[in-house]
Design a protein around this ligand. Structure first.
Ligand SMILES: Nc1ncnc2c1ncn2[C@@H]1O[C@H](COP(=O)(O)OP(=O)(O)OP(=O)(O)O)[C@@H](O)[C@H]1O
Ligand SMILES: N[C@@H](CCO)C(=O)O
Length: 321
């Protein structure tokens, strides 16, 4: 479960005196999520999310993440708005951890992805990319091609414990990606982790996006590539072209893609599969025995990677130029 830091009652009470959001009625740890400690904070003024940032999130990146959420919310994107304290600050310290309060977002993430989810996602993704265009802060993507070599090295050749031959396969793939990675495509701020558990729906309507702690500046079409991986494969690893079509068409109705962006989707999707395969592999190898949080399966992304390796052009995703 994702409550790494327990917050005693008296500490949350004194923490809330720094804010104008009433008095605490209850504080309940949220089991979902793996990175940070999240609580539902119920006060006399309403419901909020209290997040204590754990070790994977760098404190110096928090102004970017919180500022981006604030920026998007101000432009009408539904996401957790950071709540300022009486001093105007969003970020402070609780139980020795950087901590912030954000608005509670209604909705549920879809347990079973349907085509209409992909259509709604495409539209919101494009709106976020447009809204992010004038966000003034910058944060390079440490988990893009320039960071993969270091991450692969950090796996210390232990990939073969997960699947024989995996380390060699990853090294070869990294060589290919490094040599072919597109560097002249339109860039902007991307969420970079828009998986189904980070996108909320109420019935068929997308009600908001959460978890901005991988957001960064990168190629905009790389976000689509991440979502092709996260939203358009079925349980049996088959690629669902209908979902991919609905997502990319809806994106293009709001923000058209250039021919170069569309043509680059196969390599970007290959890179995105590699990125999640690598981070999952690292987490799998470094998973403490007996830990409550179950690591995600790296091999799910090996299968996706192999699919993208077999793709000849973007039309194999059902997407027309
Ligand atoms: N603003 C919000 N409104 C409502 N619920 C939220 C909000 N933020 C987080 N949650 C709840 O907390 C859970 C975990 O949040 P989040 O995904 O941000 O955690 P995390 O630790 O960063 O995890 P991960 O990166 O693994 O997804 C969500 O699945 C959701 O149930
Ligand atoms: N979305 C990532 C987890 C990090 O938030 C994954 O599925 O590997």
């Amino acid at each position: 479960m994702a409550v790494y830091t327990e917050v005693p009652d008296d500490e949350v009470e004194s923490f809330l005196t720094e804010y104008d959001i009433g008095e605490v009625l209850s504080l309940k740890g949220i089991a979902e999520g793996v990175e940070n400690s999240n609580y539902i904070l119920h006060t006399t003024a309403g419901n909020y999310i209290l997040t204590l940032y754990e070790k994977r999130v760098k404190k110096e990146d928090l102004p970017f993440f919180l500022g981006y959420m604030q920026h998007l919310a101000a432009q009408g994107i539904s996401c957790p708005v950071p709540i300022a304290g009486k001093d105007g600050e969003f970020l402070r310290t609780l139980c020795g951890r950087p901590a912030a309060i954000t608005a509670f977002l209604d909705g549920m993430w879809p347990r079973r992805i349907q085509p209409f989810h992909c259509r709604a996602l495409g539209k919101t993704m494009a709106e976020m990319h447009l809204a992010g265009a004038n966000f003034p802060l910058e944060r390079p993507n440490s988990l893009s091609v320039s960071g993969w070599e270091q991450l692969l090295e950090a796996c210390e050749g232990k990939g073969d414990q997960v699947k024989p031959g995996l380390t060699r396969e990853l090294e070869q793939e990294l060589t290919f990606l490094s040599a072919n990675w597109p560097d002249s495509l339109p860039k902007g701020v991307i969420h970079a982790d828009m998986f189904q558990d980070n996108v909320f729906f109420i019935h068929e309507n997308l009600s908001g996006v959460i978890d901005f702690y991988f957001a960064c500046n990168d190629v905009l079409a790389y976000e689509i590539a991440i979502c092709l991986n996260a939203w358009c494969f079925e349980q049996d690893n088959s690629f669902n072209v209908t979902k991919a079509q609905l997502m990319t068409r809806a994106y293009q109705e709001t923000k058209p893609l250039t021919r170069e962006e569309l043509e680059a989707l196969p390599i970007l999707a290959r890179g995105a599969a590699f990125r999640f395969l690598l981070t999952r592999l690292y987490d799998w190898i470094n998973h403490p025995a007996g830990a409550f949080v179950k690591p995600k399966d790296p091999l799910e992304y090996l299968n996706k990677l192999r699919f993208h390796q077999s793709v000849k052009s973007v039309s194999d995703y059902g997407i027309t130029l």
